[in-house]
Design a protein around this ligand. Structure first.
Ligand code: SAM
Length: 203
């Protein structure tokens, strides 16, 4: 059997549900998590750094959490921007199921938790927030970002958190080289061993 990762599409490992308390959008909420998804026992430290560093999201439009896991980023976007449409995208179907359940628990009706291929191709994003799946490997990560970042609206910004020891600086260079004049790539913050990178699409 192939080794299982948190990015398996159908995790085989135990799916016992558990609830954990997390602080999202300035309040403590109980969310459901399960084995076979990323960081099931607690809010990942990189995600915490991202959520502490980003400005308030746009109040309307389509907002993307790329690689949503059980949903801390998507839930935050939906709590902070109730009039926006939040796309929570992941290849892991158990993660998508957890996001749907967590949205229902919090009474949120503005989250679409879907596989990447199920986001209509015409949708453009007013922002992207992501703790991207570095461990899928560099070619796969680059391909994923090259697919999604050009879908930012003109002038819109993506916020990416990456562990410094897992190649944050080389990813920043790759983004700048690859996107060229189409986007401005910056290091917005460094905290607790993580970099927060921004990619702002040209107007
Ligand atoms: C580092 S985890 C972050 C999860 C969640 N956003 C959080 O902060 O806890 C990255 C997520 O990306 C997902 N992923 C892997 N490959 C992907 C792809 N090609 N497209 C979308 N998501 C992917 C993984 O399944 C995983 O849930």
């Amino acid at each position: 059997m192939p080794q299982e990762h948190y990015f398996s599409s159908k995790p085989a490992s135990g799916d016992a549900l558990r609830t954990i308390p997390v602080r999202l959008a300035g309040r403590t909420v109980e969310v459901l998590t399960a084995g076979g998804v990323f960081s099931p026992g607690h809010l990942d430290q990189g995600t915490r750094v991202l959520l502490d560093e980003v400005p308030a999201p746009p109040a309307s439009g389509d907002l993307l959490d790329l690689g949503c896991g059980w949903g801390p980023i998507a839930l935050t976007l939906a709590l902070e921007s109730p009039d926006a449409t939040v796309w929570a995208v992941d290849v892991n179907e158990r993660a998508l199921d957890l996001v749907r359940r967590n949205a229902a628990r919090l009474g949120l009706r503005n989250i679409n938790a879907v596989r990447p291929e199920d986001v209509p191709p015409g949708v453009r994003f007013a922002t992207v927030w992501s703790n991207p799946p570095i461990r899928i490997g560099k070619p796969e990560l680059h391909a994923m970002l090259a697919d999604w970042l050009p879908r930012l609206d003109d002038g819109a910004t993506a916020w990416l958190v990456v562990q410094k020891n897992l190649g944050a600086d080389s990813l920043q260079r790759w983004l700048a080289e690859t996107l060229g004049d189409d986007a401005d790539v910056e290091r917005a913050a460094t905290s607790k061993g993580f970099r927060v990178l921004t990619v702002t699409r040209a107007d």
